[in-house]
Design a protein around this ligand. Sequence first.
Ligand code: CTP
Length: 431
Amino acid sequence: MLKGKRILLVVSGGIAAFKVPDLIRRLAERGVSVRCAMTKAAEQFVTPLTLAALSGEKVSADLFSLTDEAEMGHIELSRDADLVVVAPATANILARMAQGLADDMATTLLLATDKPVLVAPAMNVRMWHHPATQRNIEQLKADGVAFIGPNEGEMACGEYGPGRMAEPLEIVAAIEMQFGKPLPRHLTLVQPRPANNGVAPLKQDLKGKRAIVTSGPTHEPIDPVRYIANRSSGKQGHAIAAALAARGADVTLVTGPVSLPDPAGVKTVHVEAARDMFSACFLDLPVDIFVAAAAVADWRVAVEAPQKMKKSGDLPPVLKLAENPDILRAISTTDAKRRPALVVGFAAETENVVAHAQKKLGSKGCDWILANDVSEGTQTFGGDSNAVHLVTANAVEDWPRMSKSEVAARLAERIAAAFNDQSKKNLKKGS
Ligand code: CTP
């Protein structure tokens, strides 16, 4: 997966820099070529010679080095890699990145690059919790920078908490994720507004509101052992259920078959087929919020075979399909007494994403649509990140690619804001 990739590794000055040689080794084992750039402070923790020896490449440190610039200019260097990784990323370099400063080689490369950037923060726990650092992280996430870690644990300074740099193999997993491999389940990208382990507890601004979220695929039986399905993992729907619950909503998650744990603090109803999902949703009405994130199968087999279908020796069987009920449309157009105040659908598209979503908003009768591109290569289905457009009657908002939990947190925040506005008209406008 990583063979032949080129990584520009920016090393800033924290004690965790001692893990960088191991990170370079792990990447080299996987056929990655690494080129390092260091801040002046980083040289206090690991020598340029060590990094040069391990990477087999010159280490860039001096912005004004005539020899370096003659070989490869810093602009060229910043774009030569497939990915830029900052490890360790100190509070200081994060602040400089968030400000767009370019006052040494490392930050100049980071400002000049047009490649994706992944950072592995490492700092004292209080520095991590400081509102200024959290503000910078929010800004960098909004700019599309990905984060791995920090981990929680004992720090070099003797304090305990989040701030330890992710382990080299965890950083390797996050790098693989940048190239399309799903992140192992035990690792998470840092959330700007985490559900329960956050710096500041989330406002309980959805307390008293009830929500239903659908998630995952549905399995449409052909016979007792076979079914029609799709590749939905349920990650997005589950994250939305958790994010709404984290803001105090009373959430029912109606999920098709997935291999995810039930989210904490959420009532989870497990179903198989679209018709079961339909019934489970209607059973839980009335609610204030309905979010349809499930990839419901559009068709089922018209007549399910009661016994396993056998090869008869002649022609293969022809499956006659029947259309499944459209849960989102049914909920959107149900009687006013039961219709949720806010109905949010998804649109999974492979082309003309926004145009199709705008059409779907009308045809489904929902209030908002989150449109995502699920074409091959986007890794949206089954992956850990998503790039969505929030389509409302009046506007289209393009959200940058972010983790599915971040999409969920942002959606929950928008939903809470819309409810706090109190006006149903505003809910529909998406303002
Ligand atoms: N949906 C639903 N019930 C269905 C089909 C879809 O509730 N039987 C919901 C999905 O959960 C999603 C939205 O409708 O919120 C759009 O789903 P999508 O698969 O993008 O569109 P379809 O309605 O299936 O239309 P098409 O396949 O033609 O794009």
